[in-house]
Ligand binder design. Structure first.
Ligand code: MN
Length: 241
């Protein structure tokens, strides 16, 4: 989690991803199975803002269901799935990488990746977001796309072309920024050398209460009013060249 940990000032530190429930004493006092159970408890990271802080671009009702039901649901499901297994107590990113592409671990991967993707999504948004990137990230955006506007257009196009559920990402690879999309729970986190900078959730649950079928309007509102370019810039700075 090194690269996005740099932004830990937003209240989402590493511990919120790991949520180590068991203290050393508790582990010592219990059998290994019980210790594994205790260590299995992933937790729902706190939202970096109030549930109504993204309105009207994203309503409090949408955030309430999306964070409180969907994001929480992945946490609850993952805890059940890894309980008593070798993955219990592992860092979330390790669980994601260990299960990626393995058919017999699809349920674990899907829930673990969705926890990570959603935490990254909430951080990719900000109440006073929108506008444009600046500094080194803006230069990289201009180099890759020609202009910020062309980058935003590429993000919008990818969002609309993602068939069904998925995610749109701005990522960095060897210092170059690019737009990618992933289906379902897939995440660039599992791709060697690819560093996620920001994401937009394009699952219907992300926008349907506010925009119904109008995914383009949701993406437009996010890009113009809520994208957290400071978060993306922190990730870009950590990505290296
Ligand atoms: Mn979602």
């Amino acid at each position: 989690m090194k690269r996005i940990e740099a932004g830990a000032d937003e209240g989402l530190s590493r511990r919120t991803f790991l949520t180590v429930v068991a203290g050393a004493a508790a582990v010592a006092a219990s059998g290994s199975a019980r210790a594994a159970e205790a260590l299995a408890a992933f937790a729902l990271p706190a939202l970096p803002y109030a549930p109504d802080a993204l309105a009207p671009a994203i309503s409090a009702q949408t955030v309430g269901f999306h964070y409180g039901k969907h994001h929480q649901g992945y946490v609850t499901a993952l805890n059940k799935l890894v309980q008593g297994t070798a993955l219990a107590g592992k860092p979330l990113e390790e669980v994601i990488r260990a299960t990626a592409g393995q058919a017999d671990q699809a349920a674990v991967f899907n829930n673990a990746a969705q926890i990570w993707n959603h935490t990254f999504y909430w951080r990719s948004l900000a109440p006073a977001g929108g506008g444009q990137p600046s500094g080194a990230l803006l230069e990289a955006v201009k180099q890759a796309f020609g202009s910020y506007e062309a980058c935003a257009a590429a993000l919008s196009e990818a969002a609309l072309k993602q068939f069904g559920s998925g995610w749109v990402w701005l990522v960095a690879e060897k210092g170059q920024v690019k737009v990618v999309k992933t289906p379902n729970a897939e995440t660039p986190l599992t791709q060697a050398g690819v560093v996620p900078l920001l994401t937009i959730d394009v699952w219907e649950h992300a926008y349907y209460l506010d925009y119904q079928n109008r995914r383009a309007d949701y993406v437009k509102a996010v890009l113009e009013q809520r994208v957290n370019w400071a978060f993306a810039a922190e990730n870009f700075a950590q990505a290296g060249r």
